[in-house]
Ligand binder design. Structure first.
Ligand code: UTP
Length: 294
């Protein structure tokens, strides 16, 4: 089985659910305490053994390119000011991985964004990490959990979690059957199902590993839910022809395209943060004790 060494991070979407914050600022750069969301995602890919990353951007998202570039002025200022720890971190970001960028010229949907990576994939399998889904895991990075399943079963893999009925109507519902532990076969999926179309409460949350055939399927995919070219419509055909694997991953997902997700990520990360964790805990304790929950 071919090893998975390439990853795609689609980050071209308009982020309309978190306006006005995302009017000029890419949602993928929204900070979780002191690090932009997309840096967590790149670090997860690197920790999973990925060697090449393609980030899909669009007009107005060049700040993402700048974030992963060297910054000579800033570096020299930090060096002169003796801020060596910050200097190291700034330099480290620019050398995390071999990162390249491509623009999605029209925002036609996640499937269309992934299709922009066809040449980059060059016939190899690819991991896809959605640019607004940060997933933190205490043990193995979630992208690695999926790659392990791909290398074991030789089929495309989706990262899943069970969600509420209200949520499944907005996500993609999967037809699954358990193989063992947290691993399932997936024979079908439907994007944004109506209530009577729900296949299960398992939904894809932010990660998948796709075989090379996905690009042909994407080329044949017509606009679906919301008038967008849906990645899940192409994956549904893959499910029905050769089947996919669903991994109920071990990790906590934060939806950075959603106001509540942004706040959960900030609060939980601040509580664990080596620099401000203790102070923030004290602050939160005081705050909570002053709230009237009745
Ligand atoms: P979303 O559907 O959550 O992003 O796509 P969006 O379109 O920005 O969301 P709203 O509804 O307007 O708030 C998941 C990921 O796919 C990327 C997004 O940037 C996000 O990281 N995406 C989506 C693209 O790269 N291109 C697209 O055409 C659509």
């Amino acid at each position: 089985m071919q090893k998975v060494k390439k990853a795609i991070i689609p980050a071209a979407g308009l982020g309309t659910r978190v306006l006005p914050a995302t009017k000029a600022m890419p949602k993928e750069l929204l900070p979780i305490v002191d690090k932009p969301a997309i840096q967590y995602i790149v670090e997860e890919a690197v920790a999973s053994g990925i060697e090449d990353i393609l980030i899909i951007t669009s007009r107005g998202k060049d700040l993402i390119v700048d974030h992963f570039d060297r910054s000579p002025e800033l570096e020299s200022r930090l060096e002169k000011g003796g801020k060596l720890e910050a200097l190291e971190e700034v330099k480290r970001i620019a050398s995390l991985c071999n990162i390249s960028f491509i623009r999605q010229k029209e925002i036609l949907g996640l499937g269309h964004a992934v299709l922009q990576a066809k040449t980059f994939a060059g016939g190899d399998p690819v991991a896809v990490l959605y640019g607004d889904d940060v997933i933190m895991s205490e043990r193995k990075p979630v992208c690695r959990q999926l790659i392990d399943a791909y290398e074991t079963y030789g089929k495309g893999v989706v990262g899943v979690k069970e969600v509420s009925t209200e949520q499944i109507l907005k996500y993609c519902s999967l037809a699954v059957e358990k193989i063992k532990d947290n691993i399932y076969t997936c024979s079908d999926m439907i994007e944004k199902p109506r209530k009577e179309e729900i296949l299960s409460h398992f939904a894809i949350l932010g990660r998948c590993v796709l075989p090379p055939e996905i690009f042909q399927l994407l080329e044949e995919t017509q606009p679906g839910a919301g008038g967008e070219i849906q990645l899940t419509d192409a994956m549904a055909r893959l499910c029905r022809s050769e089947g996919m694997i669903a991994v109920d991953f071990d990790g906590k997902r934060y939806d950075m395209g959603n106001k509540l997700g942004i706040m959960e990520a900030a609060v939980e990360t601040a509580l664990r943060h080596p620099e401000i964790g203790k102070e923030f805990r004290d602050y939160l304790k005081n705050l909570v004790s002053s709230i009237d929950f009745s």
